[in-house]
Design a binder for this molecule. Structure first.
Ligand SMILES: C[S@@+](CC[C@H](N)C(=O)[O-])C[C@H]1O[C@@H](n2cnc3c(N)ncnc32)[C@H](O)[C@@H]1O
Length: 282
């Protein structure tokens, strides 16, 4: 019985420490993780505590508040940046068929890739738009909360050993050349051609605390909202809605959806499998 009580007390303590950590980094660094999905966030914090041989979340908090390098380490742990080139190839096919064809007549196409991680999604989109003959009319704003991954995205350099898998994705996505047409292989790296970056703008933007910064014809916000709780998701849905031009397009990750959310009526579902939506006419 006393073991059960002590386990309950431990659990309460961990939750309190976690809340204090998140409140601390919000107050001190202005980074707000308080409405992220708690289960996975807690798992990632505890993993960091273990790998850094700390004895508690409170020890982590002390280090993070006194040393920005620890904040950077925590930020890396909290923001999972898993991504790949032409991730979910069928999504890119659907995007080409259902959205890109609809954008053909637009004189200027403004695109926002929110939560772009290390840029693989942005380069995939640039290639798709280039092959559709639209890229010269596009401005692609690629943003992320994590400055470290943004630097990687700007560089456009990816490990050579993943290129075989990415080439398969590219072809499955409907690519019309070979992926190697777009990069130079040097030693262990694939360096994407500078010309592909000509219409890309990379910037730091926090979906939780920053406002909209333009109106867009297309927004990709894929595999980001899955890390937020429903209240925060609803707030970000509102931000995305406000950032879309009339009848603009929105693409979410395959595990994400506008269905059954407070903003469902603001969007028409174009593709329920690939999570492609269009802003309802006002
Ligand atoms: C799993 S990656 C998804 C990358 C890419 N969109 C894709 O689907 O392959 C999630 C990205 O969201 C970013 N992220 C997390 N919270 C964010 C926030 N509040 N504002 C902006 N980006 C955020 C992370 O830094 C990470 O790079």
């Amino acid at each position: 019985m006393s073991d059960v009580i002590s386990q309950g007390a431990d659990e309460e303590l961990v939750q309190l420490e976690l809340r204090l950590l998140l409140e601390g980094i919000y107050q001190y660094y202005g980074l707000d993780f308080r409405q992220y999905a708690m289960k996975s966030l807690r798992r990632r914090v505890q993993k960091l505590v273990e790998t850094m041989y700390l004895d508690s979340i409170s020890s982590l908090q002390a280090r993070v508040l006194h040393d920005p390098a620890w904040m950077e380490r925590l930020l890396g742990a909290l923001t999972l940046s898993v991504t790949s080139l032409f991730r979910d190839p069928a999504f890119y096919r659907a995007l080409r068929e259902q959205v890109v064809t609809m954008l053909q007549k637009q004189p200027l196409i403004r695109i926002w890739v929110a939560g772009c991680a290390s840029g693989e999604e942005v380069y995939s989109l640039a290639i798709l738009l280039e092959e559709a003959g639209l890229y010269d009319r596009c401005r692609v704003y690629a943003t992320d909360l994590n400055p470290t991954v943004l630097e990687q995205a700007k560089a456009g350099i990816f490990p050579i050993h993943v290129m075989a898998e990415y080439s398969r994705n590219y072809l499955q996505a409907g690519g019309t050349k070979t992926l190697s047409h777009y990069y130079t292989a040097r030693s262990q790296h694939a360096i994407f051609h500078h010309s592909l970056r000509r219409n890309l703008v990379f910037a730091r933007h926090n979906l939780v605390t920053d406002r909209s910064f333009n109106l867009f014809e297309l927004i990709l916000c894929r595999n980001v909202l899955i890390y937020f709780n429903p209240d925060l998701q609803a707030r970000v849905h509102q931000l995305l809605f406000e950032s879309l031009d009339n009848q603009g397009f929105l693409a979410l990750g395959l595990q994400e959806s506008m269905a059954l959310t407070p903003h469902e009526a603001d969007f028409i579902t174009l593709d329920d499998i690939h999570k492609i939506y269009q802003k309802s006419e006002l």
